[in-house]
Design a protein around this ligand. Structure first.
Ligand SMILES: *Cc1c(COP(=O)(O)O)cnc(C)c1O
Length: 222
């Protein structure tokens, strides 16, 4: 695996306004160091323990994104340093992040994970449950989180038309939320969509942030 070459290849395909989250889960710190040497600073992890171990030993200017399902009892361990929590899938989790962020004197950027795939194994708000949560309005009192946009994963399929349709729906939903709840709130701006096999489609459909793992680091060994 030539990690530096892979990073450069992916970056060359991204327009300048699209940011790359290099998904390093299940890969050792040495792999992250190689990507870091190529200039990469944003990394995504999905297990709190693994992330904590890496965060301790790796450079402190890395921006860590938590991209997996986060249990509420784990929030306190990452709250002091996490740059973004990409997959908030309940109001309960958002409230806990707010509480732990307040203890650290921080405001933590969060993305709302929206279920867009035709598979029901994945986490996330449905469009309706997300609207309902935002309509209730309690989130407005959570001053230590910054709801910064939406995140979604398309169906794992070779059907590009289906993938594009799902990404387009997420983009539409982002626009709806922006107009309805976040009008004039500049921090609400991210559409995180696209992984190794579909990030080019995601960029075409308006992604602002892609999360690419295996294309950079190789297959994960679980
Ligand atoms: C693992 C993971 C990725 C990266 O997947 P690849 O197919 O290896 O690029 C992206 N997003 C989330 C939420 C993930 O869990």
């Amino acid at each position: 695996m030539d990690i530096q070459k892979n990073i450069k290849e992916v970056l060359a395909q991204l327009p300048p306004h699209v940011r790359l989250v290099a998904v390093s889960k299940f890969h050792p710190s040495e792999a992250i160091e190689a990507a870091y040497a190529a200039g990469q600073r944003i990394f995504g992890e999905s297990k709190e323990q693994e992330l904590n171990l890496k965060q301790e030993v790796l450079p402190k200017d890395i921006e860590w994104h938590f991209i997996g399902h986060l249990q509420t009892n784990k929030v306190k361990y990452i709250a002091p340093y996490i740059a973004m929590i990409d997959a908030v899938d309940s109001y309960k989790l958002l409230a806990e992040i707010n509480k732990q962020a307040a203890k650290c004197g921080r405001v933590i950027p969060c993305l709302l994970e929206i279920h867009i795939a035709e598979e029901d194994t994945k986490y996330g708000f449905t469009f309706d449950s997300c609207r309902q949560m935002l309509d209730e309005g309690k989130w407005k009192e959570l001053t230590n989180v910054a709801i910064s946009g939406v995140m979604g994963m398309a169906t794992n399929t070779d059907d590009e038309a289906e993938i594009c349709k799902e990404f387009a729906r997420l983009h539409d939903f982002f626009n709806e939320l922006k107009n309805t709840y976040f009008n004039g709130i500049d921090t609400f701006k991210e559409i995180s969509m696209g992984m190794s096999h579909d990030y080019q489609l995601a960029v075409r459909e308006g992604s602002t942030m892609v999360r690419v793992g295996s294309k950079i680091f190789g297959e994960r060994v679980y």
